[in-house]
Design a binder for this molecule. Sequence first.
Ligand code: ADP
Ligand code: MG
Length: 313
Amino acid sequence: MNAVIRTENLVKRFGHVTALDHLNLEVAQGETHGFLGPNGAGKSTTIRVLLGMLRSDEGRAELFGADPWKDAAELHRRLAYVPGDVALWPGLTGGETVDLLGRLRGGIDKRKRDDLLERFDLDPRKKGRSYSKGNRQKVALVAAFAAEVDLLLLDEPTSGLDPLMGAVFNECVKEAAAQGRTVLLSSHIMSEVEALCDRVSIIRKGVIAETGTLAEMRHFSRSRVRATLKRPVDGLADHDGVHDLKTDGLDIECSIETTALDAVLATLAAAGVTALTCEPPSLEEIFLRFYGDELAASGVPNGEGAGTEGGGA
Ligand code: ADP
Ligand code: MG
């Protein structure tokens, strides 16, 4: 793999908190990579090491084969960064800020900038100090998407945007990917990652718990199957990989591991099928496999937990 980002056994400690605990992350050139984990998992720490803003304690980090700590000046011409909480120069206007950030990077596409200002519905004439959180975020996003860079490091970049702007953001990420840019998108919003990312890394307590395409992750997960049959079926529960089977007359419902789908569908077909739905696992369900116990222990109901405080101690 032609990796733009590579970390090897990266360790970062803050006092006795180990924020990154031998983290191995690889992002290939041109891919949009989702970086998924609840608060406190280590996403921002990883990104700040990649930006050369934090020095790691052990292991290696590489961007374009270079060292983000030593080669920061060169690397920052090739990348744009958007944090979740954007700070701006209070006395510069949004437009001045976008242009300044563009000059610090590899340059800016002015037509793209104007187009983005319109799409994000941002008035570039206001001073930094008078923008709301969402508008500060838009300034940073316009600057990042208009910059002529190879890599976008986006750390929960939509946290201050309303849903309409979330859709604009999604389009912009797709356009960046179509232009061959590499994107690392940290997020705890499953639908955003599901819609945009080629591959996903799930981070848990400073370690990558799982990396792969969504299809690969689904392969190890369960689909939800509902069927109405013509005749009662026997032996469904005997199949390996069938879980949570519920039978109500001729209606059945269960979760099935992908590897067991063939055999189960054959059994259903033998009984005759009048209706059938099969839903693949959502990224959220895959995610909960890694975090379910932790979220349950913290008293957060399933499904809501992904976006709430998960660690931080
Ligand atoms: P995420 O971005 O996934 O929410 P972070 O990388 O911000 O997670 O945090 C990972 C862990 O490191 C957390 O336990 C957090 O409290 C701790 N941490 C992060 N930055 C600092 C810091 N500057 N000083 C002390 N602890 C920190
Ligand atoms: Mg963070």
